[in-house]
Design a protein around this ligand. Structure first.
Ligand code: HEM
Length: 350
Protein backbone atom coordinates (compact mmCIF):
# COMPACT_ATOMS: atom_id res chain seq x y z
CA UNK A 1 0.00 0.00 0.00
CA UNK A 2 1.84 3.10 -1.22
CA UNK A 3 -0.13 5.53 0.94
CA UNK A 4 1.18 6.00 4.50
CA UNK A 5 4.01 3.52 3.80
CA UNK A 6 6.94 4.86 5.77
CA UNK A 7 9.67 2.25 5.63
CA UNK A 8 11.15 1.97 2.13
CA UNK A 9 14.58 2.04 0.47
CA UNK A 10 15.87 5.54 -0.33
CA UNK A 11 13.91 7.13 -3.18
CA UNK A 12 15.60 9.05 -6.00
CA UNK A 13 13.26 12.05 -5.61
CA UNK A 14 11.08 13.50 -2.87
CA UNK A 15 8.83 16.48 -2.21
CA UNK A 16 7.99 17.89 1.21
CA UNK A 17 4.99 20.21 1.39
CA UNK A 18 3.86 21.87 4.61
CA UNK A 19 0.51 23.67 4.62
CA UNK A 20 -1.52 25.73 7.01
CA UNK A 21 -5.28 25.28 6.66
CA UNK A 22 -7.46 28.36 6.27
CA UNK A 23 -10.16 29.05 8.85
CA UNK A 24 -13.45 27.59 7.66
CA UNK A 25 -11.83 25.01 5.33
CA UNK A 26 -11.95 22.11 7.76
CA UNK A 27 -14.63 20.14 5.87
CA UNK A 28 -12.75 20.38 2.57
CA UNK A 29 -9.50 19.25 4.19
CA UNK A 30 -11.19 16.28 5.82
CA UNK A 31 -12.62 15.27 2.42
CA UNK A 32 -9.21 15.67 0.85
CA UNK A 33 -7.57 13.39 3.42
CA UNK A 34 -9.78 10.43 2.60
CA UNK A 35 -9.07 11.04 -1.13
CA UNK A 36 -5.28 10.79 -0.72
CA UNK A 37 -4.95 7.02 -1.35
CA UNK A 38 -7.05 7.36 -4.54
CA UNK A 39 -5.03 10.32 -5.81
CA UNK A 40 -1.80 8.42 -5.22
CA UNK A 41 -3.20 5.45 -7.18
CA UNK A 42 -4.14 7.80 -10.04
CA UNK A 43 -0.59 8.99 -10.65
CA UNK A 44 0.88 5.59 -9.95
CA UNK A 45 -1.45 3.89 -12.47
CA UNK A 46 -0.88 6.53 -15.16
CA UNK A 47 2.85 6.22 -14.74
CA UNK A 48 3.17 2.48 -14.77
CA UNK A 49 0.00 1.00 -16.26
CA UNK A 50 -1.75 -2.07 -14.94
CA UNK A 51 0.95 -2.85 -12.39
CA UNK A 52 0.90 0.38 -10.41
CA UNK A 53 4.30 1.13 -9.00
CA UNK A 54 4.78 0.50 -5.35
CA UNK A 55 7.54 3.08 -5.52
CA UNK A 56 5.28 6.14 -5.52
CA UNK A 57 4.83 6.76 -1.84
CA UNK A 58 2.62 9.31 -0.15
CA UNK A 59 2.62 10.05 3.56
CA UNK A 60 0.22 12.59 5.00
CA UNK A 61 0.67 14.01 8.50
CA UNK A 62 -1.54 16.22 10.66
CA UNK A 63 -0.42 18.89 13.12
CA UNK A 64 -1.77 19.04 16.67
CA UNK A 65 -3.82 22.23 16.32
CA UNK A 66 -5.25 20.98 13.02
CA UNK A 67 -6.32 17.77 14.72
CA UNK A 68 -8.36 19.75 17.23
CA UNK A 69 -9.97 21.79 14.46
CA UNK A 70 -10.85 18.77 12.31
CA UNK A 71 -11.91 16.13 14.78
CA UNK A 72 -14.04 15.66 17.83
CA UNK A 73 -11.99 12.58 18.72
CA UNK A 74 -9.11 12.84 21.21
CA UNK A 75 -5.64 13.53 19.84
CA UNK A 76 -3.43 10.46 19.33
CA UNK A 77 -1.47 10.03 22.55
CA UNK A 78 1.82 11.71 21.62
CA UNK A 79 0.54 14.40 19.23
CA UNK A 80 1.61 17.87 20.33
CA UNK A 81 3.01 21.05 18.85
CA UNK A 82 6.78 20.82 18.36
CA UNK A 83 8.57 22.50 21.29
CA UNK A 84 11.44 24.76 20.26
CA UNK A 85 14.83 23.92 21.79
CA UNK A 86 17.11 26.73 22.90
CA UNK A 87 20.69 25.61 23.34
CA UNK A 88 23.47 27.96 24.46
CA UNK A 89 24.61 28.34 20.88
CA UNK A 90 22.00 26.83 18.56
CA UNK A 91 18.21 26.86 18.34
CA UNK A 92 15.70 24.38 16.93
CA UNK A 93 12.72 26.61 16.08
CA UNK A 94 9.10 25.51 16.05
CA UNK A 95 7.30 26.63 12.90
CA UNK A 96 3.65 26.43 11.77
CA UNK A 97 2.26 23.41 9.94
CA UNK A 98 -1.21 21.88 9.85
CA UNK A 99 -0.63 19.38 7.09
CA UNK A 100 2.48 17.59 5.80
CA UNK A 101 2.60 15.84 2.44
CA UNK A 102 5.73 13.74 1.95
CA UNK A 103 6.06 12.26 -1.54
CA UNK A 104 8.74 9.84 -2.72
CA UNK A 105 9.23 8.39 -6.21
CA UNK A 106 11.88 7.12 -8.60
CA UNK A 107 11.53 10.36 -10.63
CA UNK A 108 10.70 13.94 -9.69
CA UNK A 109 7.95 14.23 -12.36
CA UNK A 110 5.83 11.73 -10.43
CA UNK A 111 6.19 13.67 -7.16
CA UNK A 112 5.49 16.93 -8.97
CA UNK A 113 2.37 15.61 -10.71
CA UNK A 114 0.96 14.19 -7.49
CA UNK A 115 1.74 17.40 -5.61
CA UNK A 116 0.05 19.42 -8.36
CA UNK A 117 -3.12 17.33 -8.27
CA UNK A 118 -3.24 17.38 -4.47
CA UNK A 119 -2.73 21.13 -4.17
CA UNK A 120 -5.37 21.66 -6.90
CA UNK A 121 -7.83 19.81 -4.68
CA UNK A 122 -6.83 21.97 -1.74
CA UNK A 123 -6.87 25.25 -3.69
CA UNK A 124 -8.40 28.11 -1.74
CA UNK A 125 -8.32 26.14 1.49
CA UNK A 126 -4.63 26.01 2.38
CA UNK A 127 -1.45 28.05 2.23
CA UNK A 128 1.83 26.39 1.32
CA UNK A 129 4.23 27.49 4.07
CA UNK A 130 7.15 25.34 2.97
CA UNK A 131 7.98 23.42 -0.20
CA UNK A 132 11.18 21.47 -0.70
CA UNK A 133 12.16 19.37 -3.71
CA UNK A 134 14.73 16.82 -2.61
CA UNK A 135 17.09 14.86 -4.83
CA UNK A 136 19.44 11.94 -4.41
CA UNK A 137 23.03 13.14 -4.43
CA UNK A 138 25.31 10.39 -5.72
CA UNK A 139 25.43 7.42 -3.29
CA UNK A 140 22.80 8.80 -0.89
CA UNK A 141 25.08 11.58 0.32
CA UNK A 142 24.01 14.83 1.93
CA UNK A 143 25.45 18.07 0.59
CA UNK A 144 28.13 17.93 3.29
CA UNK A 145 29.40 14.97 1.25
CA UNK A 146 28.61 12.20 3.77
CA UNK A 147 26.46 9.11 3.15
CA UNK A 148 23.20 9.69 5.05
CA UNK A 149 20.83 6.94 6.20
CA UNK A 150 23.24 4.05 6.79
CA UNK A 151 22.26 3.29 10.37
CA UNK A 152 18.51 3.31 9.75
CA UNK A 153 16.77 0.27 11.23
CA UNK A 154 15.75 -2.40 8.68
CA UNK A 155 12.89 -4.89 8.21
CA UNK A 156 10.81 -5.60 11.32
CA UNK A 157 13.04 -3.36 13.42
CA UNK A 158 12.17 -0.46 11.14
CA UNK A 159 8.43 -1.19 11.27
CA UNK A 160 8.57 -1.42 15.06
CA UNK A 161 10.54 1.82 15.23
CA UNK A 162 7.90 3.79 13.32
CA UNK A 163 4.49 2.29 14.14
CA UNK A 164 2.82 3.15 17.42
CA UNK A 165 1.38 0.14 19.16
CA UNK A 166 -1.26 2.47 20.59
CA UNK A 167 -3.65 1.39 23.32
CA UNK A 168 -6.46 3.11 21.42
CA UNK A 169 -7.19 0.76 18.55
CA UNK A 170 -8.06 3.53 16.09
CA UNK A 171 -4.57 4.94 16.39
CA UNK A 172 -2.79 1.60 16.33
CA UNK A 173 -0.22 1.51 13.52
CA UNK A 174 -0.03 5.30 13.26
CA UNK A 175 3.28 7.14 13.45
CA UNK A 176 4.78 10.50 14.43
CA UNK A 177 7.07 12.52 12.23
CA UNK A 178 9.30 15.51 12.95
CA UNK A 179 10.57 17.56 10.02
CA UNK A 180 13.30 20.20 10.06
CA UNK A 181 14.74 22.12 7.15
CA UNK A 182 18.46 22.78 7.59
CA UNK A 183 20.77 24.95 5.48
CA UNK A 184 24.52 24.44 5.49
CA UNK A 185 27.29 27.01 5.65
CA UNK A 186 29.35 25.42 2.89
CA UNK A 187 32.14 27.98 3.08
CA UNK A 188 32.95 27.17 6.72
CA UNK A 189 32.45 23.45 6.07
CA UNK A 190 34.81 23.41 3.12
CA UNK A 191 37.36 25.40 5.12
CA UNK A 192 37.99 22.48 7.51
CA UNK A 193 39.92 19.35 6.53
CA UNK A 194 38.24 16.08 5.57
CA UNK A 195 39.62 14.53 8.80
CA UNK A 196 37.98 17.30 10.83
CA UNK A 197 34.70 16.83 8.93
CA UNK A 198 34.87 13.13 9.77
CA UNK A 199 35.22 14.02 13.46
CA UNK A 200 32.12 16.25 13.15
CA UNK A 201 30.01 13.44 11.71
CA UNK A 202 31.67 10.44 13.41
CA UNK A 203 32.14 8.42 10.22
CA UNK A 204 34.66 8.41 7.37
CA UNK A 205 33.69 10.50 4.36
CA UNK A 206 34.65 8.39 1.35
CA UNK A 207 33.72 4.91 2.53
CA UNK A 208 31.21 5.73 5.33
CA UNK A 209 32.78 3.67 8.13
CA UNK A 210 31.96 4.61 11.74
CA UNK A 211 34.97 5.95 13.63
CA UNK A 212 36.25 3.78 16.49
CA UNK A 213 35.00 4.84 19.91
CA UNK A 214 38.46 5.98 21.02
CA UNK A 215 38.70 8.50 18.16
CA UNK A 216 35.02 9.42 17.70
CA UNK A 217 34.40 12.71 19.56
CA UNK A 218 31.51 12.77 22.06
CA UNK A 219 30.17 15.84 20.25
CA UNK A 220 30.08 14.11 16.86
CA UNK A 221 26.68 13.80 15.19
CA UNK A 222 26.69 10.01 15.35
CA UNK A 223 27.75 9.85 19.02
CA UNK A 224 24.97 12.21 20.12
CA UNK A 225 22.27 10.47 18.08
CA UNK A 226 23.05 6.94 19.24
CA UNK A 227 20.46 6.83 22.04
CA UNK A 228 19.23 3.97 24.23
CA UNK A 229 16.78 3.40 27.09
CA UNK A 230 17.80 2.80 30.69
CA UNK A 231 18.16 -0.95 29.99
CA UNK A 232 20.59 -0.25 27.17
CA UNK A 233 18.16 -1.06 24.33
CA UNK A 234 18.73 1.04 21.19
CA UNK A 235 16.04 3.63 20.54
CA UNK A 236 15.56 3.97 16.80
CA UNK A 237 13.85 6.32 14.40
CA UNK A 238 13.55 6.00 10.60
CA UNK A 239 15.06 8.88 8.59
CA UNK A 240 14.55 9.65 4.91
CA UNK A 241 16.51 12.92 4.72
CA UNK A 242 17.01 14.53 1.32
CA UNK A 243 19.43 17.14 -0.01
CA UNK A 244 17.96 20.22 -1.65
CA UNK A 245 19.37 23.47 -2.89
CA UNK A 246 19.53 26.39 -5.21
CA UNK A 247 22.76 27.40 -6.88
CA UNK A 248 21.67 30.99 -7.63
CA UNK A 249 20.69 31.78 -4.08
CA UNK A 250 23.57 29.73 -2.65
CA UNK A 251 21.20 27.56 -0.66
CA UNK A 252 22.59 24.13 0.27
CA UNK A 253 20.40 22.12 2.57
CA UNK A 254 19.30 18.89 4.18
CA UNK A 255 15.61 18.25 4.77
CA UNK A 256 15.53 16.15 7.94
CA UNK A 257 12.51 13.87 8.31
CA UNK A 258 12.40 11.38 11.18
CA UNK A 259 9.52 8.95 11.75
CA UNK A 260 9.05 7.32 15.16
CA UNK A 261 6.53 5.27 17.10
CA UNK A 262 7.12 7.74 19.92
CA UNK A 263 8.35 11.24 19.01
CA UNK A 264 10.06 11.60 22.40
CA UNK A 265 12.89 9.49 20.90
CA UNK A 266 13.47 12.05 18.15
CA UNK A 267 13.10 14.82 20.74
CA UNK A 268 15.75 13.16 22.90
CA UNK A 269 18.10 13.16 19.90
CA UNK A 270 17.31 16.82 19.29
CA UNK A 271 17.99 17.67 22.94
CA UNK A 272 21.34 15.89 22.62
CA UNK A 273 22.11 17.85 19.46
CA UNK A 274 20.99 21.33 20.55
CA UNK A 275 21.42 21.35 24.35
CA UNK A 276 24.24 18.82 24.33
CA UNK A 277 24.92 15.63 26.26
CA UNK A 278 26.09 16.46 28.83
CA UNK A 279 24.59 19.95 28.51
CA UNK A 280 27.01 22.17 26.58
CA UNK A 281 28.46 19.24 24.59
CA UNK A 282 26.29 20.05 21.56
CA UNK A 283 26.41 18.49 18.08
CA UNK A 284 29.19 20.03 16.00
CA UNK A 285 27.12 19.51 12.84
CA UNK A 286 25.16 22.56 14.07
CA UNK A 287 28.22 24.81 13.69
CA UNK A 288 27.73 24.22 9.95
CA UNK A 289 23.95 23.67 9.76
CA UNK A 290 21.05 25.93 10.77
CA UNK A 291 17.56 24.61 11.49
CA UNK A 292 15.05 26.92 9.80
CA UNK A 293 11.83 24.99 10.41
CA UNK A 294 10.60 22.43 12.95
CA UNK A 295 7.17 20.78 13.06
CA UNK A 296 5.63 17.59 14.45
CA UNK A 297 2.81 15.68 12.73
CA UNK A 298 0.73 12.57 13.36
CA UNK A 299 0.60 10.02 10.54
CA UNK A 300 -2.65 8.02 10.68
CA UNK A 301 -2.67 4.44 9.39
CA UNK A 302 -4.04 4.13 5.84
CA UNK A 303 -7.20 2.47 7.20
CA UNK A 304 -7.90 5.42 9.45
CA UNK A 305 -7.00 7.93 6.72
CA UNK A 306 -9.52 6.48 4.26
CA UNK A 307 -12.33 6.82 6.77
CA UNK A 308 -11.06 9.75 8.75
CA UNK A 309 -14.21 11.82 8.39
CA UNK A 310 -15.79 9.49 10.95
CA UNK A 311 -13.68 11.25 13.59
CA UNK A 312 -15.26 14.59 12.77
CA UNK A 313 -18.55 13.96 14.49
CA UNK A 314 -19.08 14.00 18.20
CA UNK A 315 -18.92 10.20 17.96
CA UNK A 316 -16.49 8.82 20.50
CA UNK A 317 -14.83 6.71 17.80
CA UNK A 318 -11.44 8.22 18.45
CA UNK A 319 -11.78 7.93 22.19
CA UNK A 320 -12.68 4.30 22.04
CA UNK A 321 -10.19 2.18 23.94
CA UNK A 322 -9.66 -1.54 23.48
CA UNK A 323 -12.20 -2.52 26.12
CA UNK A 324 -14.83 -0.34 24.46
CA UNK A 325 -13.91 -1.75 21.04
CA UNK A 326 -14.37 -5.30 22.34
CA UNK A 327 -17.67 -4.35 23.85
CA UNK A 328 -18.88 -2.86 20.60
CA UNK A 329 -17.78 -6.00 18.74
CA UNK A 330 -19.89 -8.11 21.12
CA UNK A 331 -22.90 -5.80 21.09
CA UNK A 332 -23.39 -4.07 17.72
CA UNK A 333 -23.73 -0.32 18.07
CA UNK A 334 -23.61 2.74 15.83
CA UNK A 335 -19.95 3.34 16.67
CA UNK A 336 -17.37 2.14 14.14
CA UNK A 337 -14.84 -0.47 15.30
CA UNK A 338 -11.49 -1.17 13.67
CA UNK A 339 -10.88 -4.38 11.75
CA UNK A 340 -7.60 -6.28 11.61
CA UNK A 341 -6.46 -4.44 8.47
CA UNK A 342 -6.69 -1.13 10.29
CA UNK A 343 -9.89 -0.15 8.43
CA UNK A 344 -12.83 1.02 10.45
CA UNK A 345 -15.01 -1.52 8.66
CA UNK A 346 -17.73 1.05 8.13
CA UNK A 347 -17.35 1.67 4.40
CA UNK A 348 -17.52 5.17 3.04
CA UNK A 349 -19.48 7.64 5.06
CA UNK A 350 -20.11 9.78 2.00
C1 HEM B 1 23.31 9.67 11.35
C2 HEM B 1 23.50 13.58 8.52
C3 HEM B 1 20.12 15.73 11.25
C4 HEM B 1 19.52 11.57 13.64
C5 HEM B 1 23.67 10.55 10.38
C6 HEM B 1 24.75 10.35 9.44
C7 HEM B 1 24.80 11.44 8.66
C8 HEM B 1 23.76 12.35 9.09
C9 HEM B 1 25.76 11.71 7.51
C10 HEM B 1 25.66 9.11 9.39
C11 HEM B 1 25.12 8.01 8.53
C12 HEM B 1 23.81 7.42 8.98
O1 HEM B 1 23.78 6.52 9.82
O2 HEM B 1 22.79 7.89 8.50
C13 HEM B 1 22.61 14.51 9.03
C14 HEM B 1 22.45 15.85 8.53
C15 HEM B 1 21.50 16.45 9.30
C16 HEM B 1 21.06 15.48 10.28
C17 HEM B 1 23.23 16.45 7.36
C18 HEM B 1 20.98 17.85 9.24
C19 HEM B 1 21.78 18.88 9.19
C20 HEM B 1 19.67 14.80 12.15
C21 HEM B 1 18.67 15.02 13.13
C22 HEM B 1 18.49 13.83 13.81
C23 HEM B 1 19.41 12.87 13.24
C24 HEM B 1 17.92 16.34 13.35
C25 HEM B 1 17.57 13.47 14.93
C26 HEM B 1 16.71 14.27 15.49
C27 HEM B 1 20.49 10.69 13.21
C28 HEM B 1 20.64 9.34 13.71
C29 HEM B 1 21.75 8.80 13.07
C30 HEM B 1 22.24 9.83 12.18
C31 HEM B 1 19.73 8.62 14.70
C32 HEM B 1 22.34 7.39 13.28
C33 HEM B 1 23.22 7.40 14.52
C34 HEM B 1 23.87 6.03 14.75
O3 HEM B 1 24.91 5.76 14.13
O4 HEM B 1 23.31 5.28 15.54
N1 HEM B 1 23.08 11.78 10.14
N2 HEM B 1 21.74 14.31 10.06
N3 HEM B 1 20.11 13.48 12.24
N4 HEM B 1 21.46 10.95 12.29
FE1 HEM B 1 21.64 12.65 11.23
Amino acid sequence: MPTQQIVAPPARAAMFLVFTVNEGSEDEVRDFLSDVPGLTRTVSFRATGPNPSKDILTVVGLGAEMWDRLFAADRPRYLHTFDPIYGDKHTAPSTPGDLLIHLRAPQMDLCFELARIMTDKLAGHVTVVDEVHGFTYFDNRDLLGFVDGTENPEGNDADEAVHDNADTELYNGGSYVIVQKYTHDMQSWNAISTEEQERVIGRTKLDDVELDDDVKPTNSHVALNDVSDEDGNDLDIFRTNMPFGSIGSEEFGTYFIGYAADPSITEQMLDNMFLGNPVGNYDRILDFSTAITGTLFYVPSVGLLEEIDSLATGSPAGQQNDAQANESAAAPSDEPAVTADGSLGIGSLK
